[in-house]
Design a protein around this ligand. Structure first.
Ligand code: IPE
Ligand code: IPE
Ligand code: MG
Length: 236
C-alpha cells in the first residue's frame, strides 16, 4: 500500500532532484489494441501522480523528459497530437501549479516548438516564478549532445576559463542540482540522449512498468531502492 511505502522513505535522505524518462506510452496502448495516442493521454495521469507524490514527500526538483530532439522523426500526426496534449496540459495545469507552490521551468530548445506552446510556457513559467515548494522541469525538444555543443559555444564566446563549473553554467540545467536519481520506465535500458553531462553520478533505476502504469507506488519503490544504495563518487 502507498501509505506503507511512504513510511519506508527516509525523509533525511531524499533525492533532491529526480529525473524521469517517461517511456512506453505507445506499447501501453498497443497492448490494449488502442492507437498510440491513447497511451500518451493515459500518461498524463502518471505525470500528475509523480508531481503530486514528489511534492508530498518533499523532493525539491523533478525533471520529466517529455519530448526529445529526436522525436521529430515520428509521424507528423503523432507529433501534432503530442503538441496538442502539451498545450492542453499547460492550460489546465497552471491553477494546480499555483495552488501547490510549484515553479515550472523547461530544458531544451523551446524555440523549435510551436509558437502557441512557446507563449504558454513563457506565461506559466513567469506566473509560477515565485513558487518555492518544488521545481518542475519539463524537458521539451531536448537533446543532450545538442545542449553540450551549445554550452561549449557559449562558453568559448564568453571567453571564460574552460572548466566543468563554467561549462555547466551554459547548460539548460544551470540552476538545478544534478539528478540524484534517474528513472526510466518501459524496460528499455538506455539513456536516449538525456542529460549525459548531468547524470555522471546519478543513481539509475530501470523498471519494466510502462509510463501510463507508473503510479505513486512505483515512484516510492524507486526512491526506497535509491536509498539502499551507497553513493561513493569514486571515493571509498
Ligand atoms: C514515451 O512513450 C513518450 C514520448 C517519447 C513522447 P513512447 O511514445 O516512446 O512509447 P513507446 O516507447 O513507443 O512504447
Ligand atoms: C525517450 O524515449 C524520449 C522521451 C521519453 C521523451 P524514446 O521512446 O524516444 O526513446 P528511444 O527511441 O526508444 O530510444
Ligand atoms: Mg519510447
Amino acid at each position: 500500500m502507498l501509505k506503507d511505502l511512504i513510511e519506508k522513505i527516509d525523509r533525511n535522505r531524499l533525492p533532491q532532484h529526480i529525473a524521469i524518462i517517461m517511456d512506453g506510452n505507445g506499447r501501453w496502448a498497443k497492448k490494449r489494441g488502442l492507437p498510440r495516442t491513447f497511451g500518451h493521454r493515459a500518461g498524463i495521469k502518471s505525470v500528475r501522480a509523480v508531481i503530486e507524490c514528489c511534492r508530498e514527500i518533499g523532493v525539491k526538483c523533478l525533471t520529466l523528459y517529455a519530448f526529445s530532439a529526436e522525436n521529430w522523426q515520428r509521424p507528423r500526426t503523432e507529433i501534432f497530437f503530442l503538441m496538442s496534449l502539451l498545450s492542453e496540459y499547460l492550460k489546465k495545469e497552471l491553477k494546480e501549479l499555483q495552488e501547490n507552490n510549484i515553479h515550472l521551468i523547461t530544458s531544451g530548445d523551446v524555440s523549435g516548438l510551436p509558437e502557441k506552446i512557446q507563449k504558454q510556457i513563457e506565461e506559466v513559467s513567469c506566473l509560477t516564478r515565485a513558487n518555492s515548494k518544488m521545481t518542475l522541469n519539463l524537458a521539451l525538444n531536448y537533446g543532450s549532445k545538442q545542449e553540450i555543443v551549445n554550452a561549449i559555444k557559449g562558453l568559448v564566446k564568453s571567453k571564460k576559463e574552460i572548466t566543468e563549473k563554467n561549462l555547466s553554467q551554459f547548460l539548460y540545467t544551470k540552476d538545478l542540482p544534478d539528478p540524484d536519481l534517474l528513472i526510466r520506465t518501459s524496460g528499455e535500458l538506455r539513456i536516449s540522449n538525456f542529460m549525459l553531462w548531468q547524470i555522471a553520478y546519478s543513481e539509475l533505476y530501470f523498471t519494466p512498468v510502462l509510463w501510463p502504469d507508473f503510479s505513486k507506488d512505483e515512484l516510492c519503490k524507486a526512491i526506497i531502492d535509491y536509498q539502499k544504495r551507497e553513493r561513493r563518487f569514486g571515493a571509498l
